[in-house]
Design a protein around this ligand. Structure first.
Ligand SMILES: [Zn+2]
Length: 336
């Protein structure tokens, strides 16, 4: 396995964000970026290997990954680590403390839609710029970890980006399968130009680095089983990359045999502003034309029934009543 020049073990020092971390050591700090901070941990292993970055809290209302990465920080010992683990514990501190769905209250921007960022832009754009140049540039593999917001249920899944570059796509899908999460969406709807990337993983992908989005947890909760699933997925990724617990590698065949691959997501938008009630649940198979929910007015009159435009699996769904015209109510995944 070949690793990038960013991972220079000749000097046994990993340089990132103006910190120099010696091999077989770890460090946690609050990294100042413009008018905010990023809580960072770097664990630089005793042995050579890849750089893996795990990130929580790009959306400040998605909590399980924050706890899973705290647990990982405690569990990974540098003297058993091959390569380097970079943990961004909470990428959107302002959104987290502002209790905001997806956005930062400082500039009303969604951090995961404004990459690669701007050096002299708004606060969120500056954070994106920093992450592009100080984190993605130093990493070989990346997992950006999300959950359903307070109003959303979802089936745990992984987005494996498709860039129509054979070697990168193959490497990315194998990495996605290694997480042991049974639903994988092949996602080809992002730009290929590194100067016009959109999301955090897309920015890594346009720079040739396998980068996944992991979605586990829902309704703004911090359930122990979701934290555990993210923790286990992170450990599996590290074992797959031969970074940790080399003797206990999962049998890749055993994992991949349970994976459902999807080629596309179709969202069902509400044509009215009002009150949404779903008829389905995440994980349910729906047939094209099946009624999947209704939108009523504030007096209880049904304004429309929503029907599945395709046959597939309900992957994500709004689970609370408020809905605006044009908002997605349900995301249906079509099998590969
Ligand atoms: Zn999110």
């Amino acid at each position: 396995m070949a690793f990038s020049a960013a991972n220079c073990f000749a000097e046994s020092i990993f340089s990132i964000m103006n910190h120099e971390i010696k091999s077989n050591s770890s460090r946690s700090w609050m990294q100042t970026v413009a008018d905010t901070q990023l809580p960072i941990t770097v664990i630089h292993g005793q042995y050579p290997g890849p750089v893996l970055t795990l990130t929580a809290g790009i959306h400040g209302d998605e909590f399980p990954a924050i706890f899973a990465l705290q647990k990982l920080r405690q569990a990974i010992h540098p003297d058993r680590l091959h390569g380097t683990l970079v943990i961004v514990h909470l990428a959107n501190l302002e959104g987290f403390h502002g209790r905001r769905v997806a956005l930062s209250p400082v500039d009303e921007k969604n951090l995961n839609r404004i990459f690669p960022g701007h050096v002299d832009g708004t606060l969120t754009e500056q954070v994106a710029y920093f992450m592009t140049h100080q984190i993605i540039s130093k990493t070989d593999y990346l997992i950006d970890i999300h959950s359903g917001s307070w109003n959303e249920t979802l089936l745990p899944h992984v987005y494996s980006p498709v860039m129509n570059k054979h070697a990168l796509d193959k490497k990315t899908l194998a990495f996605a399968k290694s997480l042991g999460v049974p639903h994988i969406v092949l996602y080809d709807e992002r730009p290929h130009d590194p100067e016009h990337s959109i999301s955090y993983p897309n920015t890594a992908q346009t720079r040739g680095k396998p980068a996944l989005t992991l979605e586990v947890g829902q309704l703004g909760q911090s359930e122990e089983q979701d934290i555990e699933q993210i923790y286990q997925a992170s450990m599996r990724a590290m074992r797959y990359l031969a970074m940790y617990d080399l003797g206990q590698q999962d049998n890749p065949d055993a994992i991949s045999s349970h994976v459902a691959l999807y080629r596309k997501l179709v969202d069902v938008q509400s044509p009215f502003t009002g009150i949404f009630r779903p008829y389905t649940q995440v994980g349910e198979q729906v047939k094209q034309g099946q009624a999947i929910g209704q939108v009523s007015d504030y007096f209880g009159n049904v304004m429309t029934t929503l029907y599945a435009p395709v046959t597939g699996t309900v992957l994500m769904q709004k689970q609370t009543p408020p809905i605006r015209k044009g908002e997605s109510t349900t995301d249906i995944a079509i099998s590969h």
